[in-house]
Design a protein around this ligand. Structure first.
Ligand SMILES: [Zn+2]
Length: 90
């Protein structure tokens, strides 16, 4: 029996994908907000496709803000976009 891969939904485009294909934006217990490419950081997370388009959409639609109960400032957005760029090589 193959191991069942969990499915998660991107908060931006609403596509369902296998969990390893998605990244997360995580609010850690000490209040940092990070782009988590490997899905390993503990904390409250929102799943996202590994694309700038979905990051932009998730910020503009306030999907991440709602999911994590935080305010996404433009500085935080820049930081997440940079972290995504570094992690995904885009
Ligand atoms: Zn997406």
């Amino acid at each position: 029996m193959p191991k069942k891969i969990p499915i998660r939904q991107c908060v931006a485009c609403r596509e369902h994908r296998e969990k390893p294909q998605l990244a997360r934006v995580v609010r850690t217990p000490d209040g940092q907000v990070l782009y988590d490419a490997r899905g390993k950081v503990s904390g409250r997370g929102a799943y996202l496709c590994r694309s700038q388009a979905c990051l932009d959409k998730a910020v503009k639609s306030r999907a991440i803000a709602r999911a994590l109960e935080i305010e996404i400032t433009s500085a935080l957005y820049d930081q997440l976009a940079q972290q995504m760029k570094e992690a995904e090589g885009q």
